[in-house]
Ligand binder design. Structure first.
Ligand SMILES: *Cc1c(COP(=O)(O)O)cnc(C)c1O
Length: 477
């Protein structure tokens, strides 16, 4: 192996160990055989470019078939059209851009377009609003964390162009009441998008298996578009999502074309120009390889693991599952323990779980790679919670930190506070290489900042530090 390749290999030592099922989210692993298939398909189309379907009719065929199969799975009955994109974020960017341009033609009374989002909607929608100048307006979720249609009705205005529901929501894994929301959208004459990025390749198979799945797709009247990620529960290679529209005319607002460029007429259906063909070929390959039968089998095995994990968590005193999740995404809540501390201790044992807030919780996206580690996970979780019950000086010190930060925050002048918090961020930013093993005190501190703009500044600092040029800047070997 050339030396550079072994350097790539050895650089991975600090990365999370997804192969042993230790990371919940980020990677969706359906086993060695599927991985080999994806890599082979991806490599076969390593150099091709999806930008020009005339040059590569094979890619047009793959994309067309993948979109048609997905549309059929999600209740199309032959009318739905769509495109492949690079991921859920690009799919959602397209939805918001399409809605904005549609409204210019169809809603002359709209002066400053708004979209109505449940509090739990994925931030990619807020990002799309940020890019395309559509204001996100949030409405509430009920105690079970499902979007509250009453609250949506109250928030709707003359500027509303788009309403969104999730199937399911990422933070708590519950499906919003899609038929009720769709009805509101239909009555008000606005578009309605279902964000099924994480659920679209799981829910249809759970329905096949007899799980009680409420209607969420194009079978619901009033649903005008739907997004679904193949690189999540479709177990495809990363860079594969689909955006679907019920109506051809609506989708035309998504497209872009430049007619006068000296380089020729330049049509572009989605955000990207040059488009990697590997993810398209790999998505086509996995859908043909697994088929409905294969996906159903994987989904069933995942749900067995989910049931065990749910039972295990509920049996630990002081922990509970938030809401009543509809599939395989769980949030662990607690009225007794500091979940960020539990997350830290689990991290030291090699388990990577995302921290959530409002309310504090630990996030689990259970997929096929976890079916083999369920009991290991529960044993460690029980042990960590048992540790939490014992008094510890170390922990008491850390628990005092947020209190101290809060005390300081209320006494220091704004400028000094900003300086200090930015400093804190620098320290956080180091986390790329020297990830501090315990982040609970930092989460605690961030939660107490009285000024949310300070928090935004801190996070901007962190993002900057992720992309800071490192020592090796020379192109010399
Ligand atoms: C993952 C996810 C997204 C964003 O998808 P990316 O592929 O990460 O860009 C959007 N919505 C939901 C519900 C998701 O779970």
């Amino acid at each position: 192996m050339p030396e550079v390749l072994s350097r790539l290999e050895s650089a991975r030592v600090q990365d999370v160990r997804w192969r042993s099922g230790r990371v919940f989210g980020l990677v969706y692993d359906a086993g060695d055989e599927v991985e080999r298939l994806l890599m082979a398909a991806h490599n076969t189309y390593f150099a091709e470019n999806g930008l020009n379907p005339v040059a590569f009719p094979s890619l047009r065929k793959f994309e067309g078939e993948v979109v048609a199969k997905t549309a059929d799975l999600l209740g199309s009955q032959g009318e739905v059209v769509g495109n492949m994109t690079s991921g859920g974020t690009e799919s959602l960017l397209m939805v918001v851009k399409t809605a904005r341009d549609w409204a210019r033609d169809h809603c002359p009374e709209v002066s400053a377009p708004e979209m109505l989002l449940p509090r739990t909607a994925h931030p990619a929608l807020e990002k799309a609003g940020h890019y395309f100048n559509v204001k996100p307006v949030y409405f509430e979720v009920d105690p079970g964390k499902r979007a509250d249609p009453e609250s949506a009705l109250e928030a709707i205005s003359g500027n509303t162009i788009l309403l969104v529901g999730s199937a399911p929501s990422y933070p708590h894994g519950v499906i919003d009441p899609i038929p009720e929301l769709a009805k509101i959208a239909e009555e008000r004459g606005v578009l309605f998008h279902v964000d099924a990025c994480v659920g679209g390749f799981m829910l249809p198979f759970l329905k096949d298996l007899g799980y009680p799945i409420p209607p969420f797709d194009f079978r619901v009247e009033g649903v005008t578009s739907l997004s679904v990620d193949l690189h999540k529960y479709g177990y495809a290679a990363k860079g594969a999502s689909i955006i679907l529209y019920r109506d051809r005319g609506l989708r035309r607002y998504q497209f872009f074309v430049s007619t006068e460029w000296p380089g020729g007429v330049y049509p572009s259906p989605t955000m990207t120009g040059t488009r990697p063909a590997g993810p398209i070929a790999a998505a086509w390959a996995i859908m043909h390889y697994l088929g409905r039968e294969g996906y159903r089998r994987l989904a069933g095995q995942v749900m067995e693991a989910v049931q065990e994990i749910r039972d295990g968590i509920e049996s630990i005193e002081g922990l509970h599952i938030i809401g009543n999740p509809d599939m395989s995404i769980l949030a662990i809540g607690s009225d007794r323990y500091n979940l960020y501390e539990i997350g830290d201790e689990m991290g030291i044992r090699g388990w990577h779980m995302d921290r959530q807030h409002h309310p504090p919780s630990l996030h689990l996206t259970v997929s096929h790679g976890h079916t083999k580690v369920v009991s290991e996970f529960l044993v460690d979780l029980q042990a960590v919670v048992a540790e939490m019950k014992r008094p510890s000086l170390h922990r008491a010190g850390r628990a005092a930190l947020p209190k101290m930060a809060e005390w300081l925050a209320h006494r220091l002048p704004g400028g000094v506070l900003r300086f200090l918090t930015i400093r804190a961020a620098r320290w956080l930013g180091l986390s790329e290489s020297d990830l501090p093993h315990r982040s609970a005190p930092v989460y605690g501190m961030l939660g107490t900042l009285p000024n949310r703009e300070d928090l935004e500044e801190i996070i901007l600092d962190v993002i900057e530090s992720w992309t800071e040029p490192l020592d090796e800047t020379s192109m010399e070997r």
